[in-house]
Design a protein around this ligand. Structure first.
Ligand SMILES: [Zn+2]
Length: 56
């Protein structure tokens, strides 16, 4: 199975990072924190920041 990726921007510095997505049509929501009771994917920005991606 091929892994799809989408480009998202770091909320801290705006750097573009590739994020793996379960399928190409999924919508991504970016947050600078992890909300409780949710299961986001943590992304390490190339600039050294961390942010979280939710699949909608
Ligand atoms: Zn960053």
């Amino acid at each position: 199975m091929q892994i799809e990726t989408q480009e998202v921007r770091c909320p801290t510095c705006g750097a573009v990072n590739g994020v793996p997505v379960p399928d190409a049509g999924v919508e991504l929501k970016i947050k600078g924190y992890a909300a409780p009771f949710e299961d986001p994917t943590k992304i390490e920005c190339s600039g050294g920041h961390s942010f979280w991606v939710y699949y909608c």
